[in-house]
Write a protein that binds this ligand. Structure first.
Ligand SMILES: [Zn+2]
Length: 304
């Protein structure tokens, strides 16, 4: 499952770490009413397992090549990461490294690594296990962390808690973030940071808070459109049908919804392709709005 799309001077390649990542509706959206579960059963089978009713997600990352610069946006879950409380993230063992090589880009070619946010499935391949040590996967790259996101994670790490999810986030810090801070080139960045540009095409980080305190998206802009690599602003196509759904990991559900609504509206108005982290699709998502102003994704739902 992968695609390559040229957006102005930028070439964007989707790289899938995991093509099928199932969750019960109530596991992904704990506040889901029965109505949402019923709606889920009407979705195409590539989005919901008809036998179990589980929602199907995927884990994608994106490689952007523009001018002389190669950027990786999100680094997936990574292999061999101990997540005893966040079991969907626990101890992956995939052939991601050989599939990454098949994109034609070597980890050593990567200039910049960006995580939309610091959850286990977005910064895992920041590091890989070598002789029992976690070492940066992209040895020559500069890793860019959202300043607020990194500060929130460091604060969590420095305030001991019995919360099981927090303890796995601390594990994530020690195996996927701290080795980068200690052994790689890194920088913390703010809203509006220009990652790269070539001609009239630019690649810019934008703040998109709600799912986490410092969530950011990557905007690839050309004069007549572009694409948004949207991380976890939206998790699953079901959220086009039930826009109120709160994902279990949303730190601030109201802000997450405002951010999601605004982003989808902007994609429709400005003709921006949506490239989410978890939709089980191998094409960019085209967003429109209906007469009532509700976001729609017609191309998602016309295949089974
Ligand atoms: Zn995620």
């Amino acid at each position: 499952m992968t695609f390559t799309r040229d957006i102005g001077a930028a070439r964007i390649t989707q790289l899938t770490e995991l093509a099928r990542w199932p969750f019960p509706v109530g596991g992904l959206f704990p506040s889901a009413a029965e109505g949402a579960e019923r709606t889920a059963t009407t979705l195409p089978s590539r989005f919901v397992d008809p036998a179990t009713g589980e929602l199907i997600l995927a884990i994608h990352m994106y490689v952007i090549e523009i001018g002389d610069t190669t950027i990786v946006v999100d680094t997936g879950n990574g292999n061999h990461k101990q997540r005893p409380n966040l079991l969907p993230h626990h101890m992956f063992d995939t052939d991601w490294e050989s599939r990454f090589a098949a994109t034609g880009v070597s980890p050593a070619d990567v200039d910049l690594v960006v995580s939309t946010h610091l959850h286990p499935d977005h910064c895992g391949w920041n590091t890989r296990l070598v002789d029992g040590e976690w070492v940066p996967t992209f040895g020559r790259a500069t890793y860019l962390f959202g300043a607020d996101e990194l500060a929130a994670l460091r604060s969590l790490v420095s305030s001991p808690s019995d919360d099981p999810v927090a303890s796995d986030l601390v594990r994530m810090y020690h195996d996927s973030v701290r080795p980068v801070l200690d052994h790689a080139t890194w920088s913390s960045v703010e809203d509006g940071h220009l990652l790269a540009g070539s001609g009239t095409t630019s690649v810019v980080l934008r703040s998109a808070r709600g799912h986490t305190a410092g969530h950011q998206i990557v905007e690839v802009r050309t004069p007549d459109g572009g694409a948004i690599l949207s991380g976890d602003v939206i998790h699953h196509p079901l959220q086009f049908c039930c826009t109120h759904l709160i994902q279990g990991g949303d730190a601030d559900p109201l802000e997450a919804r405002r951010t999601r609504d605004a982003l989808l509206e902007r994609c429709a108005r400005e003709g921006l392709l949506l490239m989410p982290a978890h939709f089980p699709v191998d094409e960019p998502v085209i967003v429109t709005v209906d007469d009532a102003g509700r976001a729609q994704a017609p191309t998602l739902f016309d295949r089974t």
